[in-house]
Design a protein around this ligand. Structure first.
Ligand SMILES: [Zn+2]
Ligand SMILES: [Zn+2]
Ligand SMILES: [Zn+2]
Length: 247
Protein backbone atom coordinates (compact mmCIF):
# COMPACT_ATOMS: atom_id res chain seq x y z
CA UNK A 1 0.00 0.00 0.00
CA UNK A 2 2.80 2.45 0.89
CA UNK A 3 4.63 1.99 -2.43
CA UNK A 4 1.40 2.67 -4.35
CA UNK A 5 1.29 6.25 -3.08
CA UNK A 6 4.98 7.05 -3.66
CA UNK A 7 4.70 8.46 -7.25
CA UNK A 8 1.77 10.69 -6.25
CA UNK A 9 3.71 12.10 -3.29
CA UNK A 10 6.74 12.76 -5.54
CA UNK A 11 4.49 14.49 -8.09
CA UNK A 12 2.83 16.72 -5.48
CA UNK A 13 6.20 17.62 -3.95
CA UNK A 14 7.65 18.55 -7.36
CA UNK A 15 4.62 20.67 -8.26
CA UNK A 16 4.78 22.45 -4.89
CA UNK A 17 8.50 23.19 -5.34
CA UNK A 18 7.97 24.50 -8.86
CA UNK A 19 5.13 26.83 -7.87
CA UNK A 20 6.85 28.10 -4.73
CA UNK A 21 9.74 29.21 -6.95
CA UNK A 22 7.32 31.51 -8.85
CA UNK A 23 5.61 32.85 -5.74
CA UNK A 24 7.63 36.12 -5.37
CA UNK A 25 7.06 37.14 -8.99
CA UNK A 26 3.30 36.54 -9.21
CA UNK A 27 2.59 40.29 -8.74
CA UNK A 28 2.47 41.14 -12.46
CA UNK A 29 2.77 37.94 -14.38
CA UNK A 30 4.35 34.68 -13.41
CA UNK A 31 7.56 35.54 -15.26
CA UNK A 32 7.73 39.27 -14.53
CA UNK A 33 9.90 41.08 -12.06
CA UNK A 34 10.30 44.74 -11.17
CA UNK A 35 12.44 46.55 -13.74
CA UNK A 36 15.85 46.97 -12.09
CA UNK A 37 16.45 50.18 -14.05
CA UNK A 38 13.32 52.15 -13.06
CA UNK A 39 12.20 50.08 -10.03
CA UNK A 40 8.70 49.63 -11.42
CA UNK A 41 7.95 53.28 -12.22
CA UNK A 42 8.42 52.91 -15.99
CA UNK A 43 10.25 56.23 -16.05
CA UNK A 44 13.82 57.37 -15.65
CA UNK A 45 14.49 60.78 -14.10
CA UNK A 46 17.77 62.49 -14.74
CA UNK A 47 18.83 65.58 -12.84
CA UNK A 48 21.35 67.84 -14.49
CA UNK A 49 22.71 71.35 -14.21
CA UNK A 50 20.35 73.95 -15.67
CA UNK A 51 21.67 74.96 -19.07
CA UNK A 52 20.00 78.37 -18.94
CA UNK A 53 21.63 79.64 -15.73
CA UNK A 54 24.54 77.17 -15.67
CA UNK A 55 23.56 76.08 -12.16
CA UNK A 56 23.57 79.50 -10.52
CA UNK A 57 19.77 79.68 -10.30
CA UNK A 58 19.88 83.27 -11.49
CA UNK A 59 19.94 84.92 -14.87
CA UNK A 60 20.81 88.42 -15.95
CA UNK A 61 17.90 90.28 -17.50
CA UNK A 62 17.79 93.70 -19.11
CA UNK A 63 15.51 96.07 -17.26
CA UNK A 64 14.42 98.89 -19.53
CA UNK A 65 14.70 102.44 -18.19
CA UNK A 66 11.21 103.82 -17.47
CA UNK A 67 12.30 107.44 -17.90
CA UNK A 68 13.38 107.06 -21.54
CA UNK A 69 11.54 103.78 -22.40
CA UNK A 70 14.89 102.21 -23.23
CA UNK A 71 15.95 104.74 -25.85
CA UNK A 72 18.67 106.32 -23.68
CA UNK A 73 17.50 109.79 -24.68
CA UNK A 74 14.78 112.16 -23.52
CA UNK A 75 13.32 115.39 -24.85
CA UNK A 76 14.65 118.17 -22.61
CA UNK A 77 12.25 120.36 -20.67
CA UNK A 78 12.75 123.95 -21.81
CA UNK A 79 10.10 126.38 -20.62
CA UNK A 80 9.09 129.77 -21.95
CA UNK A 81 9.31 132.14 -18.97
CA UNK A 82 7.96 135.23 -20.72
CA UNK A 83 7.55 136.81 -24.15
CA UNK A 84 7.28 140.27 -25.53
CA UNK A 85 6.36 141.89 -28.87
CA UNK A 86 7.64 145.34 -29.73
CA UNK A 87 8.40 147.68 -32.59
CA UNK A 88 12.04 148.69 -32.85
CA UNK A 89 14.41 150.45 -35.21
CA UNK A 90 17.03 148.50 -37.15
CA UNK A 91 19.25 150.88 -39.24
CA UNK A 92 16.46 153.40 -39.12
CA UNK A 93 13.93 150.85 -40.37
CA UNK A 94 11.03 149.97 -38.13
CA UNK A 95 10.55 146.21 -37.52
CA UNK A 96 8.18 144.07 -35.53
CA UNK A 97 10.26 142.07 -33.00
CA UNK A 98 9.27 139.14 -30.82
CA UNK A 99 11.33 138.21 -27.79
CA UNK A 100 11.08 135.04 -25.75
CA UNK A 101 12.95 134.06 -22.61
CA UNK A 102 13.53 130.32 -22.46
CA UNK A 103 14.83 128.38 -19.48
CA UNK A 104 16.48 124.95 -19.77
CA UNK A 105 15.25 122.94 -16.73
CA UNK A 106 17.68 120.09 -17.36
CA UNK A 107 21.13 119.39 -15.91
CA UNK A 108 22.44 119.06 -19.45
CA UNK A 109 22.71 121.70 -22.15
CA UNK A 110 21.15 121.26 -25.57
CA UNK A 111 20.47 122.96 -28.87
CA UNK A 112 17.15 124.25 -30.13
CA UNK A 113 15.40 126.51 -32.62
CA UNK A 114 12.72 129.08 -31.70
CA UNK A 115 9.96 130.11 -34.07
CA UNK A 116 7.88 133.27 -33.97
CA UNK A 117 4.34 133.49 -35.28
CA UNK A 118 3.13 136.97 -36.13
CA UNK A 119 -0.49 137.46 -37.16
CA UNK A 120 -2.03 140.37 -39.04
CA UNK A 121 -5.67 140.52 -40.12
CA UNK A 122 -4.78 138.86 -43.42
CA UNK A 123 -1.54 136.90 -42.94
CA UNK A 124 0.54 134.85 -40.52
CA UNK A 125 4.34 135.21 -40.76
CA UNK A 126 6.69 132.54 -39.45
CA UNK A 127 10.36 133.20 -38.69
CA UNK A 128 12.85 130.96 -36.99
CA UNK A 129 15.95 131.65 -34.95
CA UNK A 130 19.35 130.16 -35.71
CA UNK A 131 20.21 126.95 -33.92
CA UNK A 132 20.98 128.10 -30.41
CA UNK A 133 22.62 126.56 -27.38
CA UNK A 134 20.59 126.37 -24.16
CA UNK A 135 22.93 125.89 -21.18
CA UNK A 136 21.56 123.97 -18.15
CA UNK A 137 19.41 126.00 -15.72
CA UNK A 138 19.96 129.28 -17.54
CA UNK A 139 17.71 131.84 -19.21
CA UNK A 140 18.25 132.38 -22.92
CA UNK A 141 16.56 135.32 -24.66
CA UNK A 142 15.58 134.65 -28.28
CA UNK A 143 14.89 137.60 -30.55
CA UNK A 144 13.10 137.14 -33.91
CA UNK A 145 12.19 139.99 -36.26
CA UNK A 146 9.33 140.01 -38.79
CA UNK A 147 10.37 142.50 -41.52
CA UNK A 148 7.12 142.06 -43.51
CA UNK A 149 5.11 144.02 -40.95
CA UNK A 150 4.62 147.74 -41.73
CA UNK A 151 4.53 150.43 -39.09
CA UNK A 152 0.96 151.08 -37.78
CA UNK A 153 -0.20 147.58 -38.80
CA UNK A 154 -2.04 145.73 -36.06
CA UNK A 155 -0.28 142.50 -35.12
CA UNK A 156 -0.35 139.78 -32.51
CA UNK A 157 2.43 137.28 -31.82
CA UNK A 158 3.62 134.12 -30.14
CA UNK A 159 7.00 132.37 -29.84
CA UNK A 160 7.89 128.76 -29.11
CA UNK A 161 10.65 126.19 -29.49
CA UNK A 162 9.98 124.51 -32.82
CA UNK A 163 12.75 121.97 -32.38
CA UNK A 164 15.19 120.87 -29.71
CA UNK A 165 17.83 118.16 -29.49
CA UNK A 166 17.20 115.18 -27.24
CA UNK A 167 19.55 114.88 -24.29
CA UNK A 168 21.12 111.81 -22.72
CA UNK A 169 18.65 110.25 -20.27
CA UNK A 170 19.69 111.30 -16.76
CA UNK A 171 18.16 108.16 -15.18
CA UNK A 172 20.17 105.60 -17.14
CA UNK A 173 22.96 107.87 -18.39
CA UNK A 174 22.12 106.91 -21.96
CA UNK A 175 22.35 103.15 -21.57
CA UNK A 176 18.58 102.66 -21.91
CA UNK A 177 18.41 100.33 -18.94
CA UNK A 178 20.40 98.14 -16.63
CA UNK A 179 21.23 94.51 -16.04
CA UNK A 180 19.52 92.97 -13.04
CA UNK A 181 19.65 89.48 -11.57
CA UNK A 182 16.41 87.50 -11.70
CA UNK A 183 15.43 84.00 -10.66
CA UNK A 184 15.92 81.54 -13.51
CA UNK A 185 12.47 80.45 -14.68
CA UNK A 186 13.81 77.24 -16.23
CA UNK A 187 14.87 75.74 -12.87
CA UNK A 188 12.94 78.06 -10.51
CA UNK A 189 16.21 79.14 -9.01
CA UNK A 190 17.41 75.68 -8.01
CA UNK A 191 20.12 75.51 -10.67
CA UNK A 192 19.14 71.92 -11.45
CA UNK A 193 16.59 70.52 -13.88
CA UNK A 194 15.00 67.09 -13.80
CA UNK A 195 13.99 65.45 -17.06
CA UNK A 196 11.79 62.36 -17.03
CA UNK A 197 11.92 59.86 -19.87
CA UNK A 198 10.30 56.49 -20.52
CA UNK A 199 12.50 53.67 -19.22
CA UNK A 200 14.04 51.97 -22.24
CA UNK A 201 14.85 48.76 -20.36
CA UNK A 202 11.16 47.91 -19.79
CA UNK A 203 9.63 50.29 -22.39
CA UNK A 204 7.66 52.00 -19.63
CA UNK A 205 6.03 48.81 -18.33
CA UNK A 206 7.87 48.85 -15.01
CA UNK A 207 8.36 45.05 -15.25
CA UNK A 208 10.75 42.87 -17.18
CA UNK A 209 10.77 39.14 -17.87
CA UNK A 210 12.50 37.24 -15.08
CA UNK A 211 14.73 34.83 -17.03
CA UNK A 212 15.55 32.90 -13.85
CA UNK A 213 11.85 32.22 -13.29
CA UNK A 214 11.46 31.08 -16.89
CA UNK A 215 14.45 28.74 -16.55
CA UNK A 216 13.12 27.43 -13.22
CA UNK A 217 9.74 26.75 -14.79
CA UNK A 218 11.28 24.83 -17.67
CA UNK A 219 13.44 22.93 -15.20
CA UNK A 220 10.48 22.27 -12.89
CA UNK A 221 8.23 21.02 -15.69
CA UNK A 222 11.03 18.78 -16.98
CA UNK A 223 11.59 17.36 -13.52
CA UNK A 224 7.84 16.79 -13.08
CA UNK A 225 7.59 14.93 -16.42
CA UNK A 226 10.70 12.78 -15.76
CA UNK A 227 9.53 12.17 -12.18
CA UNK A 228 6.05 11.12 -13.34
CA UNK A 229 7.44 8.79 -16.00
CA UNK A 230 9.84 7.26 -13.45
CA UNK A 231 7.10 6.97 -10.82
CA UNK A 232 4.65 5.31 -13.20
CA UNK A 233 7.39 2.90 -14.38
CA UNK A 234 8.35 2.01 -10.81
CA UNK A 235 4.66 1.55 -9.95
CA UNK A 236 4.02 -0.65 -12.96
CA UNK A 237 7.16 -2.76 -12.31
CA UNK A 238 6.20 -3.29 -8.64
CA UNK A 239 2.73 -4.49 -9.65
CA UNK A 240 4.17 -6.90 -12.23
CA UNK A 241 6.59 -8.31 -9.61
CA UNK A 242 3.73 -8.91 -7.18
CA UNK A 243 1.74 -10.74 -9.87
CA UNK A 244 4.63 -13.07 -10.88
CA UNK A 245 4.33 -15.71 -8.14
CA UNK A 246 0.68 -16.30 -9.19
CA UNK A 247 1.67 -17.56 -12.67
ZN1 LIG B 1 18.29 77.71 -14.25
ZN1 LIG C 1 16.82 106.23 -19.41
ZN1 LIG D 1 12.08 50.13 -16.44
Amino acid sequence: MRKKFQPIIVLVLLLATTFSAFQPVFAQGPFDMLCPECHGTGKISTTSTCSICHGSGQITVWEECVTCDGSGKIAPKITLKRMNGLGTLVWLDWVARVEGVFHNEEDKGTYGVATSEVHTVTTTYYHSSPRTYFPPHEDVTMTIDTPEIELLTDWTYTIYLSSKDDITCPSCDGSGGRSVLATCSECNGSGRVTTTQTCLVCNGRGYVTNQTAVNLAIFGVTVVIIGSVLGITVFALSRRKRQEPVR
